[in-house]
Ligand binder design. Sequence first.
Ligand SMILES: CC(C)(COP(=O)(O)OP(=O)(O)OC[C@H]1O[C@@H](n2cnc3c(N)ncnc32)[C@H](O)[C@@H]1OP(=O)(O)O)[C@@H](O)C(=O)NCCC(=O)NCCS
Length: 195
Amino acid sequence: MNNNPPPEHPLLRGERVLLRRWRAGDREPFAAINADPVAMRHFPAPLSTADSDALADRIQSHFDQHGFGPWALDIPGVAEFAGFVGLLRVSFEAHFTPAVEIGWRLAPALWGQGYAGEAAACALRYGFLALGLPEIVSFTVPANQRSLAVMQRLGMHYDIREDFLHPRLPPEHPLRLHRLYRIGREEWLERQAPR
Ligand SMILES: CC(C)(COP(=O)(O)OP(=O)(O)OC[C@H]1O[C@@H](n2cnc3c(N)ncnc32)[C@H](O)[C@@H]1OP(=O)(O)O)[C@@H](O)C(=O)NCCC(=O)NCCS
């Protein structure tokens, strides 16, 4: 983990939030989120501290390899580490890959205040304007209404014909079916134009 991370890009700042590179001290609050059954309700299981640290290592490698990733979410005056929001290359094969995904995981105490949405809007903006991505996708299980609502508020769109079975989960796993949302760069730019 990087103790001297580079300064944040101006596009990664919102009114209340800041997306920044991870620090060593983020691992402890990250493990607490990953151990919380509420935060992990739509995942196969909560994570042990060792598995949470291994995930933090994979996030670090993603930044090292691609220069972007799931950033640490800082909400100044509220929480130095509220969870993550960011962009990552989809690491499995599916009908929509290769693709860059937007994803989020916040401490449940901070839900319902618009922080995830505000941070996700910054990550999308960075993806389209700084990285020049042509499209960004997102996916989750149909029961994860909070996550689906974030995708919808960002202007991402859904087509039932793109539902897919997550290849990392075994056949018959109850969480296998996923909904895919997409937004293209042109479409996103159009939404930013004053009406
Ligand atoms: C998915 C997740 C990030 C959504 O968090 P969230 O707080 O519901 O999402 P937002 O930041 O967009 O907040 C929206 C809510 O804040 C409210 N809100 C309050 N103040 C607001 C403000 N200033 N601006 C915008 N919304 C505001 C909205 O009305 C909305 O309320 P509602 O939940 O009653 O409809 C969160 O549930 C989570 O971390 N889940 C666990 C991890 C997970 O499942 N990740 C996805 C896996 S694919």
